[in-house]
Design a protein around this ligand. Structure first.
Ligand SMILES: Cc1cc2nc3c(=O)[nH]c(=O)nc-3n(C[C@H](O)[C@H](O)[C@H](O)COP(=O)(O)O)c2cc1C
Length: 176
C-alpha cells in the first residue's frame, strides 16, 4: 500500500514548542512537514480575492501526495492558532470555487496534535478537527495534547506520543 503522510504545522514560530513535537513525530513516521508560517495564505474571502496566494497550490500538493494529514497547532487562547484557523477557513474555497480539490480530501485520514503551556487541554479544543474531518468525509484518527517541561518533551509524554503514533497514526502504514 502506497500511503504517505504529512504534518501541517501551524505555529507562529517555526522552531518553537510545536516545532519540537513536529520534529519528534517526523523522526518516528518519516512524514513530510509543511510549515504554514512559511506560506502566504490570506483569510477566507467570499469573492475569493486571495485565490492567487499559496493556498490552492499547497492544497493541490497535499491532496496529490498524502493520505494522512496531521494538524499540529499550538494552543493560543484556548483554540487552534490563527494561522491554522485561516488554513481551515480556506478549505471553504475547495467547497465552493474549487470543488474538485475538496472532493479529493474524502477518504483521507486526519490527526490532531495540540501543544499548550501545560498538561491541561480545555474541553472542546478537539471538536473542530473531529467535525471538520466528518464534514469533509475524512477519517479521524485521534488527537494528542503535548507540552514542554524545561523546554523539552517530558519523558512520559514521549511514551504517549509513541503510543499515539503506533496505534493511531501508523496503523494504515503497517496493515496486519
Ligand atoms: C498568543 C498565545 C496564546 C496562548 N494561549 C494559551 C492558552 O490558551 N492555553 C495554553 O495552555 N497555553 C497558551 N499559550 C502558550 C502556548 O500554547 C505554549 O507556550 C505553546 O507550547 C507554544 O507553542 P509554540 O512555541 O509553537 O508557539 C499561548 C501562547 C501564545 C503566544
Amino acid at each position: 500500500m502506497n500511503v504517505k503522510g504529512v504534518i501541517i504545522q501551524g505555529s507562529s514560530r517555526s522552531n518553537g514548542n510545536t516545532g519540537k513535537i513536529v520534529n519528534f513525530i517526523k523522526e518516528k513516521t518519516g512524514f513530510a512537514i509543511i510549515d504554514l508560517r512559511s506560506k502566504n495564505i490570506g483569510a477566507f474571502d467570499y469573492n475569493f480575492e486571495n485565490k492567487n496566494d499559496d493556498f490552492l497550490p499547497l492544497m493541490q500538493e497535499i491532496v496529490q501526495n498524502y493520505d494522512t494529514i496531521i494538524f499540529a497547532t499550538p494552543v493560543y487562547w484556548y483554540s487552534m492558532s490563527g494561522i491554522m484557523k485561516i488554513f481551515f477557513d480556506r478549505i471553504s474555497d475547495c467547497l465552493k470555487s474549487e470543488k474538485e480539490l475538496g472532493r479529493k480530501l474524502r477518504g483521507k485520514s486526519m490527526g490532531m496534535v495540540s501543544c499548550g503551556s501545560g498538561v491541561e487541554l480545555k474541553k472542546g479544543f478537539e471538536m473542530p478537527f473531529v467535525e471538520s474531518a466528518n464534514y469533509l468525509g475524512m477519517n479521524y484518527l485521534g488527537g494528542i495534547h503535548t507540552w514542554m517541561e524545561n523546554e523539552s518533551i517530558p519523558n512520559a509524554l514521549k511514551k504517549g506520543l509513541n503510543t499515539f503514533i503506533e496505534h493511531k497514526i501508523m496503523t494504515r502504514f503497517n496493515p496486519l
